[in-house]
Design a protein around this ligand. Sequence first.
Ligand SMILES: *[C@@H]1O[C@H](CO)[C@@H](O)[C@H](O)[C@H]1NC(C)=O
Ligand SMILES: *[C@@H]1O[C@H](CO)[C@@H](O)[C@H](O)[C@H]1NC(C)=O
Ligand SMILES: *[C@@H]1O[C@H](CO)[C@@H](O)[C@H](O)[C@H]1NC(C)=O
Length: 430
Amino acid sequence: VTGYLDDCTCDVETIDRFNNYKLFPRLQKLLESDYFRYYKVNLKRPCPFWNDTSQCGIRDCAVKPCQSDEVPDGIKSASYKYSEEANNLIEECEQAERLGAVDESLSEETQKAVLQWTKHDDSSDNFCEADDIQSPDAEYVDLLLNPERYTGYKGPDAWKIWNVIYEENCFKPQTIKRPLNPLASSQGKNKENTFYSWLEGLCVEKRAFYRLISGLHASINVHLSARYLLQDTWLETKWGHNVTEFQQRFDAVLTEGEGPRRLKNLYFLYLIELRALSKVLPFFERPDFQLFTGNKIQDAENKMLLLEILHEIKSFPLHFDENSLFAGDKKEAQKLKEDFRLHFRNISRIMDCVGCFKCRLWGKLQTQGLGTALKILFSEKLIANMPESGPSYEFHLTRQEIVSLFNAFGRISTSVKELENFRNLLHNIH
Ligand SMILES: *[C@@H]1O[C@H](CO)[C@@H](O)[C@H](O)[C@H]1NC(C)=O
Ligand SMILES: *[C@@H]1O[C@H](CO)[C@@H](O)[C@H](O)[C@H]1NC(C)=O
Ligand SMILES: *[C@@H]1O[C@H](CO)[C@@H](O)[C@H](O)[C@H]1NC(C)=O
């Protein structure tokens, strides 16, 4: 895919150069640090929409949680370690919680209220259902040891997940018969034109929503093709690029034009997350913000690297203009934004229905990361401020949100880089 992208003023080549040479290497380094590699997640939450039928026993779906002594204490401590103020607040909460644990006289309601309190009061900004990381089922996972790659999870179960996302959560009207799910596109070829004129006719926000989901789907498929299980014997398991698999998903001819559209959506997703990162820079620039793990020197170095990356991102010349979304009539825009948020929250819940744990892990992480990006872009607390003064002190991100935001962007950034690798591989074949 080359040239200009729809719904923004940007071209693929500029993004490729910027990502592959400036951003990607530094971002990879940052994501290898302790702060970013440990992600706390509850993979045992039951699916809220249907009964889990598959407890898939595929070997490569397994997720290995961390032993408790692997994760630095600084990360495990409940305090946020952003600012003194936040720390004090959390300490008070923890005390109240401990009190609740011994003092049975505290009503259940009060205990709940205290728990709510620790979640901060900005949940109305959130695009994701907060994962219940306080649950005893939540565990730390080392993302470096559990990479996103081909697992063999496919067939009806995997199909169902994408299907409900596209069919029930993407603003699809009854009148459109063509399945939105690209995996099903061969069944509805003759409806193609109606579909694209429908998509064109949508307001830019709903189209954006569809494109984000499609971009996420494309990105995941790039990874599965780039880290395909090529060889599997008792001597050796080998992961690498499978050009055939890539072509089946993205080749213009084989997919009848769908593939390049999917890739454009991937670039669109890239731009959205890139813009969110550039916008949230002032939050990370606060002197009291730390990437706290307890290792003072390392933490300071990581923060420097993080700021370097964010300044680089800020300098990107062709940022997406989020003001083009949810503009127009105020009341309508508000309603639309609320719809957008509810749909997205719903998708984050659907992730608990993914049968393969490895896929569930990366699905949850990437939806939470994208949800955090949307929260940054559209937070009222940001808008209420002077546009250029950046996040106010009311604006807050939890460690979970920070880790998922950067790792999710790291995935998209890797996809863009992998597209270059596939281009070279295809070039050598021809
Ligand atoms: C899930 O299983 C329970 C018990 O087997 C049953 O009562 C319930 O109706 C099922 N729910 C759905 C959505 O199938
Ligand atoms: C949430 O997703 C479920 C499962 O796809 C669907 O049945 C439901 O209508 C969705 N709700 C909203 C508000 O989108
Ligand atoms: C590559 O993927 C295709 C399916 O797209 C599969 O048939 C083939 O066996 C894979 N190649 C290798 C070396 O695993």
